[in-house]
Ligand binder design. Sequence first.
Ligand SMILES: [Zn+2]
Length: 281
Amino acid sequence: MTPHECFRRVHRRLHMAAYLVPRVNRAAWREEWIAELSYAARQSPMLAVALADGLVRDAIMVRRLHVARRIAAIDWEAPEACLRVLTFCFAVLSLASAAYPQVRNLVLSRWGVGAFFCFTVLAVLALPSTVVTSRFSACKAYSGDAATMAQRWSRWRFLAAKLVLSVLSCYLLAVHVTWLFQRLLGAQADWLLIACGLLFNVIAVSWAFTDQRQRCPTCMRSLSGAARLGPPSWSLLDSNATEEMCDRGHGLLHQPQWQTSWFEYARWLQLDSTWSELFKR
Ligand SMILES: [Zn+2]
């Protein structure tokens, strides 16, 4: 291989590998590699070619570290993270539906419109029972006494967004499942869609209410630091509950282990602004 061919090969590999490196690190990464390759090329052009074999592997490693840092930096307790995950699931299922012409035609057909209507009715019917089974109705944090109108509005908006995104995702998932078994079941596949509608809606709506109950009613962040209070034998004489707190210092949620006449519902203890100093980051 002539020195000119060596330089062309190294240059091509450097150019290709640079696309794998995140944009923020690209200029520094390229400078560093050009310096190393130039030093190797001064010794021997073939040495530079051998060194260039590691370009792609190094670029992939830089990309992996970048992704790992981005994931570690996500604030999973924040309500925005929850909505982003739901939006991502919905986007993936929508793309999967668009990618398969059979599923796309199924969703856009009259059958798809009827199935969506049926799915929405089942989701609405699942609401009353799941409010009870998820114990959302037994959580006094959401009675709204200590919240401003803006906070109450943001809670309902967040809950509505979760319900809409999860039910829509479940609908697309149910269509995919029905499509997979359509050849096997024939006309009976409609019953499979109804069964999926019942099951998926109950799971999705229950999750939305349970997740809402385990969030701070002020900032909607997930409660953390669960601590057990009192042994079970203290049920009649003292507290037997789990206590979770908002990591921004808005309050504490006491959830009784068992319902008793004096401690029936989960209680929210709102902390005043003097506590915020303790939770500052
Ligand atoms: Zn909070």
